[in-house]
Design a protein around this ligand. Sequence first.
Ligand SMILES: NC(=O)c1ccc[n+]([C@@H]2O[C@H](COP(=O)([O-])OP(=O)(O)OC[C@H]3O[C@@H](n4cnc5c(N)ncnc54)[C@H](O)[C@@H]3O)[C@@H](O)[C@H]2O)c1
Length: 315
Amino acid sequence: MAKYLVTGAAGFIGRSIAAALLERGETVRGVDNFATGKRSNLVGLEGMEFVEGDLSDAAVCERVVAGVEIIFHEAALPSVPRSVEDPISTNTACVDATVQLLWAAKKAGVRRVVYAASSSAYGDTPTLPKHEGMLPAPISPYAVAKLSGELYMQSFWRVYGLETVCLRYFNVFGPYQDPTSFYSGVLAKFCTRMMAGETPTIFGDGSQSRDFTFIENTVRGNLLAAEAPAEKVAGRVMNMATGSRITLNDVVEELRGITGYAGEVIYGPERNGDIKHSLADIGLAKELLGYEPVVEFREGLGRTVEWYRETEQQG
Ligand SMILES: NC(=O)c1ccc[n+]([C@@H]2O[C@H](COP(=O)([O-])OP(=O)(O)OC[C@H]3O[C@@H](n4cnc5c(N)ncnc54)[C@H](O)[C@@H]3O)[C@@H](O)[C@H]2O)c1
């Protein structure tokens, strides 16, 4: 019987959390419908019990929560442009599936759910750094859907006593992030394009900045959130990032150094729903979880490029 359930276990962050749990010798179940996740991400996770299924289906939720104590809820359709094109499927994957999972978890007596929330909840307010006391102002359908998930988490704590902890991720990057789709994270795309000597495209003038967070920091934050005492963290929402930011132009310069890319950069139109600047205040996660980022941006970037190189060589 698994103690932990990781949803979205074939995705970038879900598989990374599952790997860390397995490394600690924990019993883990994973669920995914491969909407954006990949079967190849399950390689190395053979110790995990895996269920293929869609969490918007109540029967799947009931099956995967059985006997579980703690859930890391990572499953979603995690893309702003995709949600702008198709808000209905984003809502199904992010809201309907979350409520189904919470309801099944409550009925099955699950103790805690740690939720992958999103910094997109802050919208485009000029105030930096973003702190949890700010009023949410989501812009894209994706941001609204992720924020709805947070509110459901808080509701299930208040109404049913299910311990929930929301971690608002900022831009996470690292090994296993998919660079191939139109909707993929910007860093994954830059890394792989510049490694291949192909021109990277920046949407906007490149002065937009992000609190890019290496995956190991995010995984660490999740494990801390699963262990922290309920009196401190249940029903809470906190930022999960590094507390520093870098512009896309500077990212490209860093990557020139790492990959040797000497070509040009294409600047395209700004993308609808994208925000200009993003930077987290991580004081609350420090206080409540004892969280500190352990891998800084440049080291993370180097390790990510290295991983894409190795994966490419393997084939
Ligand atoms: N990557 C980031 O920078 C970032 C930032 C903020 C929040 N998040 C959140 O973190 C979580 C993980 O993101 P990621 O970057 O690993 O994305 P990902 O696309 O790699 O992983 C999401 C996984 O969820 C699965 N999934 C989607 N709908 C499902 C459903 N209905 N049933 C079962 N599985 C389903 C997908 O197939 C995929 O494997 C998401 O909830 C996302 O909103 C990510």
